[in-house]
Design a binder for this molecule. Structure first.
Ligand SMILES: [Zn+2]
Length: 590
């Protein structure tokens, strides 16, 4: 299937498409989160298998998107009903006479806003085609058109080309499925930057200033050229959902959808909106234009296993704050705080000693575990992927005396794989590293990517004239748990592997009621920690399975004070020069 699709996609580029698949969706009764979909497929063989994807790009987990389909029906061109049956959870097999087009109709239920897959209500519709529109393998490479029937006053936006209001066209289903549609009553701005056109559409009430948003995005987008030469698009669409209760963002071929709390667009939290926008925009190159071979083309029916998701997500994250530093929107010193937070969270994550970033990439599809398990046994493709990218950046800079940095690696991947014809493996990335530096990176890769890596952060900072303070205050006693206050009691929500509570045999869900025989709640316990020191023991009484139990706990300790990244006391000219190659801005003066 994959080889055929690749061939079909190539053919679609050079020759006029063979046929067209016409999609339509009626959204004129959106109150109950439903739309009526109809699709016309060109003539097929004796049977036509039509499918819904099992996942959407950007969220690497099986989502079973067929579960929103109901009232499925198929007919021939004259309207005669055709027999059909489901052959697996996502596939409908239609028995045709092979003579003409096949029409498919069904209702789609869209009420998963935070999944950024499909959401239909009385104010808007967000339609990611992987959660809305069925496809057939045989026509995946064919031209598509999409028509929307909308309530009055609604408008529709997408990264696809528009042939008329509420009507879009794309050269194949893969472009449709990577070009979500936002329809509804929204605010809209457009701007040009570096010869490209940008549209910004915002749905929902909130304390945003759309003109400031557009101005800041306009400052940010050309800074992409500090990483890559050239753009994979002519027009780009930012879709913003000002929302409650959900958050996050997803990258697409020439668009993104960003969900952000409606009243957090002001003050310091606005920077986190800009960071999200920068992260998603960077993905337009890293992941969308070029990506790992397991996802070229995407197989929408099953997991696409790769050991490189740390590069897709972690390297994108690693490039994000520096991009904003280069715009001047984020002060350099604030980037040092980002690094300090990254270090702090990594050092408090026992899973860093258990799982490699390559392993986390492969297992991302099953990474939906609870926070406690995740912290103790896993690393995160975003945060630890960013750390791996950082370690590689510094290793390259040191190795080449500042000639090669990690941005150069991505420029090379963009040049080699940016046309989307094929993806790369980790061996291909190592080949790029070898070509850029003149020697093998296999040993570095084995130690930092394929094995769990406990990074020496001071050693990552020193070459660029920075230093690390892991907290220099007096040692404070630690119990090694995170507790939530529920009904006045302390309920353990996290127990850090190898910490004091872990060693005492305490576990998440334990309800702590007393220490050394005295009743204790969260505030009394905080006071108690200040009165005791590392090495002191305490008898902890708690309920587990409704039984009162007790364990002896020996307190651990850690220095008080925040982790901080600061300028070295006396940076040399060589360190300052390497800093500039690393971050792309001058070394700050004190
Ligand atoms: Zn991402």
């Amino acid at each position: 299937m994959k080889a055929w699709v690749a061939a079909a996609l190539m053919a679609a580029v050079s020759t006029p498409a063979m046929a067209r698949v016409d999609y339509a969706i009626d959204l004129t009764a959106p109150d109950h989160h439903t739309g009526q979909v109809s699709i016309q497929f060109p003539s097929a063989g004796a049977t036509l298998d039509v499918k819904m994807p099992a996942w959407r790009t950007g969220r690497y987990t099986i989502m079973n998107l067929a579960n929103g389909v109901s009232d499925f029906a198929a007919s021939d061109a004259s309207g005669r009903a055709l027999k059909w049956e489901k052959i697996d959870k996502s596939t409908w097999r239609i028995h045709t006479d092979g003579s003409g087009p096949v029409r498919v109709k069904y209702e789609i239920y869209g009420n998963e806003l935070g999944a950024r897959s499909r959401h239909i209500d009385d104010s808007h519709a967000y339609l990611d085609a992987s959660a809305i529109f069925m496809y057939a393998d045989a026509t995946r490479g064919d031209d598509v058109s999409v028509s929307l029937k909308l309530p009055p006053a609604w408008k529709a936006y997408s990264g696809m080309e528009s042939s008329a209001p509420a009507r879009f066209i794309a050269p194949n289903w893969d472009v449709l499925v990577d070009s979500p549609i936002e329809a509804g009553v929204s605010q809209f701005r457009s701007f040009n930057a570096d010869g490209k056109r940008y549209d910004l559409v915002v749905w929902g009430q909130g304390n945003y200033n759309i003109d400031k948003m557009a101005a800041d995005l306009k400052t940010m987008v050309p800074k992409s050229q500090t990483i890559w030469t050239g753009y994979p698009f002519n027009r780009y669409l930012f879709i913003v959902h000002a929302t409650d209760n959900v958050g996050g963002a997803t990258e697409h071929k020439n668009s993104t959808v960003i969900q952000f709390p409606r009243y957090r667009f002001g003050g310091d939290s606005y920077m986190s909106f800009l960071s999200t926008a920068a992260h998603e925009f960077i993905h337009t190159w890293n992941v969308k234009a070029y990506r790992n071979a397991a996802m070229v083309p995407y197989d929408y029916q099953r997991e696409n296993y790769t050991d490189l998701l740390w590069m897709e997500e972690g390297s994108t994250e690693y490039f994000t704050a520096p991009l904003l530093v280069r715009t001047g929107l984020l002060p350099t010193a604030k980037y040092f705080d980002v690094l300090a937070d990254t270090i702090d969270s990594n050092k408090n994550r026992p899973g860093r000693l258990v799982q490699s970033v390559a392993g986390a990439s492969f297992d991302e599809w099953i990474s939906n575990v609870d926070r406690n398990r995740s912290s103790n046994a896993w690393v995160n493709i975003y945060s630890e992927g960013a750390i791996a990218s950082w370690a590689l950046d510094i290793a390259l800079l040191r190795d080449t005396g500042g000639k090669v940095n990690y941005r150069d690696v991505h420029e090379e991947l963009w040049k080699l794989y940016g046309n989307g014809a094929k993806g790369f493996t980790s061996a291909d990335v190592r080949a790029v590293l070898q070509r850029l530096t003149g020697h093998s990176w296999d040993t570095w890769w084995a130690q930092n990517i394929d094995m769990p890596a406990d990074q020496d952060f001071a050693a990552l900072l020193a070459p660029v004239g920075l230093k690390l303070d892991m907290g220099s205050g007096p040692v404070l006693a630690q119990a090694g748990w995170q507790a939530d206050e529920i009904g006045g009691a302390m309920v353990l929500g996290g127990v850090s592997k190898g910490g004091a509570a872990w060693n005492a045999g305490l576990e998440t869900g334990d309800i702590l009621v007393a220490i050394d025989g005295g009743r204790v709640g969260p505030s009394r316990f905080r006071d108690m920690l200040r009165e005791r020191k590392a090495g002191d023991t305490m008898a902890v009484s708690f309920f587990r399975r409704d039984q009162l139990m007790s364990r002896k706990l020996t307190l651990g300790g850690r220095p008080s004070g925040d982790v901080a990244v600061t300028l070295a006391d006396k940076a040399t000219p060589a360190q300052k020069a390497l800093f500039e190659r690393w971050l792309g801005v001058p070394y700050p003066s004190r």
